[in-house]
Design a protein around this ligand. Structure first.
Ligand SMILES: Nc1ncnc2c1ncn2[C@@H]1O[C@H](COP(=O)(O)OP(=O)(O)OP(=O)(O)O)[C@@H](O)[C@H]1O
Ligand SMILES: [Mg+2]
Length: 401
């Protein structure tokens, strides 16, 4: 972009062309001249000017056509075009704007007017160009940020998985190598003669170590199982029709004994007749996770004298979108502090390191709801009153393949 700007003046009358060129040239613009439409187009595409002053009436390709062709070329369409035409030609004005001109100068023109309009439109075009570039930069910066965030989330997830698996796998390696050492030592001992008590001792030791090993490996495979849920394997989910009341009863049955042992009351208030056409396994998983969380986090291992976990459900009330279901899990436990509340759906966020799967529970709940069941989950909490509120459609959306 040179100084004030470069202007292409297109005018078939040599005297007018010279007059205009001198006017603009003297004002400091770089001026290129074209005596007809053909040359104007050729000159513009050879090196795009910043402004075109275009005479309407020219032999051959007239001004309107030149303008149309400029506007049709992606490389030239942003160059502002000002038409020059006789004062009385109202029609020209309208047609000029229709083919994409930004302005119109009536002949005979005043020098100040030509200069003022040229300057205004070059400035405007420059600002627009800068804006476009800034927008483009912003767009690519935003894409970059999104990509970085995804990578960071993936990195955190992988680090979390590695961290969680490290303990049980490390234990397994330790136990297995101890077993190996002992077996070697024992076989060395065989040559020197083995007493029955040694044999018994070895067998008992081995059985104990194998038990520990098995426990560590089970823990690892349970972790892997739950990591798989983070990805939400949609293809394996089978859709069916069921009554929510049956599903809730079935899903929570296995937890009853443990809740009773902790002295907690499980209060299920789900009316019959909420027919769902959805994925029963994820719904059951979500219920179990929320109730287990309440048991574990709201009341702790000690339980609570009048601790209660309530599961309730209802179809959305009138005035709310129909076909939606509201499912809530409430507890009267310790509550969740605001700082914790913000992060409970994040992967690997837990306030109890080293138990369970280490903070994947609610992340999986969130994923299942959003990606499989077509629902939402929110939470409200204060000491003595925590409520996980789920909205989900009675008929689940079709899963994408
Ligand atoms: N009902 C609740 N009352 C109090 N705190 C809760 C409740 N539910 C969840 N939390 C808090 O939210 C955190 C995250 O829960 P989440 O289920 O994701 O992980 P976790 O239970 O700690 O581990 P995981 O479920 O993976 O075994 C918990 O560590 C706990 O601090
Ligand atoms: Mg949990």
């Amino acid at each position: 972009m040179s100084g004030l700007g470069e202007i292409l003046v297109v005018e078939d009358t040599p005297a007018s062309l010279k007059l205009l060129s001198d006017l603009l040239g003297n004002a400091g613009y770089l001026v290129r001249q074209a005596p007809d439409g053909e040359l104007a187009l050729w000159s513009a595409s050879a090196r795009p000017p910043e402004l075109v002053l275009l005479d309407v009436n020219m032999p051959g390709i007239d001004g309107f056509e030149v303008c149309r062709r400029l506007k049709a070329d992606p490389a030239l369409c942003d160059i502002p075009v000002i038409f020059l035409s006789a004062q009385y030609e109202m029609d020209d004005k309208v047609r000029g704007f229709q083919c994409g001109a930004v302005d119109f100068i009536a002949k005979p023109y005043q020098a100040e007017e030509v200069l003022a309009r040229a300057q205004a439109h070059i400035r405007l075009a420059r600002t627009q160009k800068a804006l476009k570039e800034t927008l483009e930069e912003l767009r690519s910066a935003r894409a970059e940020v999104a990509r970085n965030e995804r990578m960071a989330a993936l990195g955190a997830l992988v680090a979390g998985v590695a961290h969680e698996l490290n303990t049980p796998l490390g234990n397994s390696v330790l136990i297995a190598s101890t077993l190996e050492d002992r077996a070697r030592a024992f076989s060395d001992q065989i040559g020197a003669g083995v007493r029955r008590s040694d044999l018994e001792h070895f067998a008992a030791d081995t059985a104990k170590a194998a038990g520990l090993l098995l426990r560590s490996l089970h823990k690892s495979s349970a972790l892997v199982e739950s990591f798989k849920q983070v990805a939400v394997d949609q293809s394996s989910e089978r859709r069916s029709q069921f009554d929510l009341a049956d599903l809730v009863a079935q899903a929570l049955q296995p937890l009853k004994a443990g809740l009773a042992a902790d002295g907690l009351l499980l209060d299920i208030a789900v009316p019959r007749g909420l027919r769902m056409d959805s994925y029963s396994r994820p719904v059951a998983h979500i219920l179990q996770q929320l109730v287990r969380n309440a048991q574990l986090h709201a009341f702790g291992a000690m339980g609570s004298a009048d601790g209660c976990i309530r599961v309730q459900a209802a179809a959305q009330e009138e005035g709310e979108p129909c076909g939606l279901l509201r499912l809530e899990v409430l507890d009267n436990g310790c509550g969740i502090t605001p700082g914790t509340l913000e992060r409970i759906f994040d992967p690997f966020f837990t306030t109890r390191m080293g138990t369970g799967t280490g903070g994947l529970g609610l992340h999986v709940v969130h994923n299942l709801l959003c990606h499989v069941l077509g629902g939402q989950v929110s939470v409200e909490s204060a000491p003595g009153a925590t409520c996980f509120r789920i909205t989900l459609p009675l008929t689940a959306p079709a899963l994408s393949p």
